[in-house]
Ligand binder design. Structure first.
Ligand code: ZN
Ligand code: ZN
Length: 266
């Protein structure tokens, strides 16, 4: 009994990745679904590999310059107000485009609700081109996708943040560690919550699995980059960053495809 109990504590706390059957079904659907742009419904040309047409990609609402060197938020020449919401151990944050916006939101929706890996590839390629402070480029050691709850991941069959991290990992030549962080409880949709309620809702909802020879040992002293599809108030990313910092990571940066406007942003 003792041996059994001891071995049980070493069992992974995260859910298994989607079955081979589920993944091959998705790959087949990728091929069979009508090839139209998820944003404008125009038929895609054969040289347009993803699910957003090149015209729509050119219309993406990129975050404008000048922007804050730390958090990437447009400043319009004023002092940054968004940085104050970031924990001190967060070095930098970058996002490609504003959401909601027709093109950016369509890409996020296609990724999140259909798991189209071609979309993740296109989004990851754009995330990979974002400019960072030189120390972040020099130090970034691994990509950590924001985890879903096990139930949500089982329902969806994949974690959209992990798909983006995989795409980004190939561009940056930095590993993705999808098992480094787990969501310890479901937090529900945050859509209708105020920023303060969001922070309270996700506080202590993430942890680095407790194996002393596993994740926490390998991340000690490192600069890690958290990956998510959208940054809204930052509550979820901040809760994830706190868990990584408590586990020994020294510095954390954020990268997301979309970013929600804060009050005052144009
Ligand atoms: Zn289009
Ligand atoms: Zn800032």
């Amino acid at each position: 009994m003792i041996a059994r109990a001891a071995s049980a504590t070493h069992e992974p706390t995260h859910e298994p990745t989607p079955s081979l059957a589920a993944r091959s079904l998705r790959a087949t659907l990728d091929l069979l679904l009508p090839r139209t742009c998820v944003s404008c419904d125009r038929s895609l040309e054969s040289n347009e590999g993803g699910l957003v047409c090149s015209l729509c990609w050119s219309r993406l609402a990129l975050l404008p310059s000048p922007h804050c060197a730390r958090c990437g938020h447009p400043t319009e020449g004023r002092a940054c107000r968004f940085c104050a919401t970031l924990p001190p151990f967060v070095r930098a944050a970058r996002s490609v485009c504003w959401v909601p916006h027709d093109v950016g939101s369509a890409a996020v929706h296609a990724l999140k609700y259909h798991g189209w890996t071609a979309t993740a590839r296109d989004m990851g390629a754009r995330m990979a081109r974002l400019a960072w402070p030189a120390d972040v480029v020099a130090e970034r050691a691994a990509l950590i996708p924001v985890p879903l709850s096990p139930t949500r991941e089982r329902e969806r069959g994949f974690n959209q943040a992990a798909l983006l991290a995989d795409s980004l990992a190939a561009h940056w030549e930095v590993p993705s560690w999808p098992d480094a962080l787990v969501r310890t409880r479901a937090t529900g949709t945050q859509t209708r919550l105020t920023p303060g309620e969001r922070s309270a809702n996700v506080r202590h909802a993430f942890e680095v699995p407790g194996d002393p020879h596993g994740a926490s040992a390998r991340m000690r002293g490192l600069h890690l980059v958290l990956v998510d599809d959208v940054l809204t108030t930052g509550a979820t990313l901040n809760a994830c960053a706190a868990a990584l910092f408590e586990a020994g990571a020294r510095t954390i940066s954020y990268i997301t495809f979309g970013r929600a406007r804060a009050s005052g942003d144009r």
